[in-house]
Design a protein around this ligand. Structure first.
Ligand SMILES: O=P(O)(O)OC[C@H]1O[C@H](OP(=O)(O)OP(=O)(O)O)[C@H](O)[C@@H]1O
Ligand code: HPA
Length: 183
């Protein structure tokens, strides 16, 4: 079904804002301070997990006042769906990863399969260290057994959008975190 502008406005009007811009900014400041304490002297390579990681990566790196490099990895398992499937690797980083301290940034740690697969792959690339950061941790007991090193805030087990996360491709550009009505 193709979504119209009216459909999208209705979805947004009916949605619940779970985390507002102010709260997100405070969470990002705290994450940036923790990352700085760990990585400021490591010349890290930051890897944005596209597409959802785009907004949080931009927000975090502007808070990191030390030298770093930036690249991206593109792996997706939800596509236009609200249920995750097998991870589809679309693009690998172009930078050399050997002996680098890596910081992976994504929007959400949901079940953790995406981050787990990325970390596992990075650990096979002779990196010096791998740290990971997600702005959102969705609260439920269906997780893999990894935990991101830096988490912004916990959010209820509903279908979320905004701040990098999409609903059927839309709403990544919203400044807060929203949940679909009834999810
Ligand atoms: O913890 P998980 O259950 O693996 O889910 C988290 C992943 O799902 C989303 O990506 P998605 O596959 O929707 O691709 P996108 O970033 O392009 O939206 C999100 O950006 C994370 O990468
Ligand atoms: O709740 C979600 N919303 C959007 N994208 C996602 N990817 C994993 N979980 C979610």
């Amino acid at each position: 079904m193709t979504l119209t502008l009216n459909d999208l406005n209705e979805i947004l009007n009916d949605a619940d804002c779970l985390v507002n811009e102010h709260t997100l900014n405070l969470a990002l400041d705290k994450m940036a301070a923790q990352i700085t304490a760990d990585l400021a002297d490591k010349l890290p390579l930051v890897l944005c997990v596209m597409n959802g990681g785009l907004v949080p990566t931009a927000a975090l790196i502007e808070r990191l006042n030390f030298p770093l490099e930036l690249d991206y990895i593109h792996a997706t398992r939800y596509g236009m769906e609200t249920e995750g499937a097998a991870l589809n690797w679309l693009s690998y980083p172009q930078s050399s990863l050997k002996d680098r301290h890596i910081l992976v940034i994504d929007d959400i740690f949901d079940q953790g399969h995406t981050l787990q697969a990325i970390i596992k792959w990075l650990e096979q690339q002779d990196t010096s260290s791998v740290h990971s950061a997600t702005v959102i941790n969705k609260l439920h007991d269906r997780k893999t057994d990894i935990v991101p090193d830096y988490i912004g805030t916990d959010v209820a087990d509903r279908f979320l959008f905004g701040y990098g996360m999409d609903y059927k491709g839309y709403f990544r550009n919203l400044k807060g975190i929203y949940a679909i009505k009834g999810s």
